[in-house]
Design a protein around this ligand. Sequence first.
Ligand code: NAD
Length: 433
Amino acid sequence: MIGTGYVGLVSGVCFSDFGHDVVCVDTNDQKIAMLRGGQSPIYEPGLDALMAKNVEAGRLSFSTDLAASVNAVDAVFIAVGTPTRRGEGHADLTYVYAAAREIAKALSGPTVVVVKSTVPVGTNREVLRIMREVRPELAVDVASNPEFLREGAAIADFMRPDRVVVGAESQTARDVMRALYRPLSLREVPIIFSSLESAEIIKYAANAFLATKITFINEIADLCEKVGGDVQDVAKGIGLDGRIGGKFLHPGPGYGGSCFPKDTIALTRTGQQHNVPIRIVETVIAVNQARKLGMIDRIAAMLDGELVNRRVAVLGVTFKPDTDDMREAPALTIVPALIGGGASVAVCDPQGKKEGVTLLPGVAWFDDPYEAAAGADAVVVLTEWNMFRGLDLSRLRQGMRGDALVDLRNIYLPADAVAAGLRYASIGRVAAA
Ligand code: NAD
């Protein structure tokens, strides 16, 4: 498994738990040193224990030596990052192609090279071309195996996925992939075999669809606010329709994270490149960006339009709960704008501090939400960690200087907030009278 990030490490650990022998490789020697010491470099619930179990069983190891690790293996997975290329929006494939070349040079026999990273259509065929160019004498197959796990629930998602997608064009590749995922057949997980191109498009289409669904309910929430509807009721009312489905209908401050923002942009770039603009996704990107900025106005409005010398407590800064991942988190737009506007910001997040100390300079960090809220004019819920769901709102209010609660995840009931003496704003719901 080349790359020990959120996807590579979880996939490697889970494959070893399936009974396969796995070596996880990374160029980052600090990560490998931590992993060898039994510590995961990322926060993912359940990962440390599953890692320890499989290291103990002798099936899982970690290395910085790619060449030695791909010697005599059945499959090599590429799970390196594919971030947005600086300044334009296409996926940056530098890491994928560099890994592919390194693998090609080091292979000692026939192998299936599997691209797990999210890559634009055409990339797998280019990886195949690289393999044939560097090692014309070797029978190397390429398979596209996009990953759909969600951070925060990554192990369960890997072990019990809705489906596994495999783009493969040779019997060998299909056989190896089927064998690797055999443990899932007991759970009757469907494996979709397709061409390399279809597998690549499936991943981007899935993420773009989900980003569109979130953006759709966000705009419906705005309408609810204006006309007196309740978006929670609306989401339930449409979500029970089997054609729509209730998931991803939670309104909020705009989607973030390591996948939706970069994958939607990359898909629109691919569309433009082929003269097939995917206008619905182009609009989703613009609406979502505007939404994150619009949250700043919402917070300011609850402070009578004034940020100077105001104190704001922000609960949660990671892009979603149960992860330490801060990539493209709405907090990265909202918190600097609050500080830029003259406010002082206190943050409480159970996992966000590690990355947050560099990404959010100038904030004060607290482990306890009541301490973060002490003396605040407004408390803003940005990430719905469980630890914030059951707060005693009266106690929160008593410690505050002001009385504004801006709940951008709808985790409280308007009536409860008002009963605690708070002025309450949420998303797509009219505050209780
Ligand atoms: P990440 O940035 O967390 O990890 C990538 C790792 O690859 C890093 O540790 C880096 O050091 C390592 N790396 C880079 N080049 C290497 C090389 N040549 N050899 C060895 N290691 C190398 O990334 P991630 O979040 O795990 O994402 C990986 C891919 O999976 C991306 O394409 C992403 O779009 C996709 N994906 C991510 C998620 C998610 O939730 N994070 C979900 C599905 C798919």
